[in-house]
Design a binder for this molecule. Sequence first.
Ligand code: IMP
Ligand code: MG
Length: 174
Amino acid sequence: MQIKDKEFELFLSEQEIQSTIQRLAQQINQEYRGKEVIFVGVMNGAFMFVADLLRNIDFECEVSFVKLASYEGVQTSGTVHELIGLVNDLYEKHVIILEDIVDTGLTLDKVFSMIDADAPSSLEVACLLYKPTAFKGKHAPKFVGIEIPDHFVVGYGLDYMEYGRNTKDIYKLK
Ligand code: IMP
Ligand code: MG
């Protein structure tokens, strides 16, 4: 598959992705049923993961999304330091951050510390993909779908230069 100037090949099939998500949902259902839970998806990449995971969550819960802002005035600072979009009250709730992929983990550290400031009862992370060899963050994801090598991947929400998010499978750079 071609996206812009790069060639990608199939890496994870729709079926592998969906069965992974069902397993994650089962774990979360068992651990969180009966608690006051809010899922917080990190835009843009997590939109498909959130939609499919939540269809397999069988208890009453809230779902919201955040986006990270990386601006300092009109210039991109290169570091993320603001959460936009989260209006829900997180105080004494069990928060599960939903990420498409955890790579270095630096984005996650930011989201984590900003949400933690709202004093939730608990705060954990569920991600579809995790690159353990690239990880250098403080908060490792508790619920991990698939551990992958340090490949660049696209599809199922993940982008290359904002393109390629709209596929059912995941592809890796050839
Ligand atoms: P971090 O390095 O863990 O902070 O990852 C930050 C963000 O980079 C992720 O949320 C993704 O949006 C993006 N990212 C990391 N690895 C990949 C990849 O292999 N393909 C596409 N996006 C990626
Ligand atoms: Mg992302």
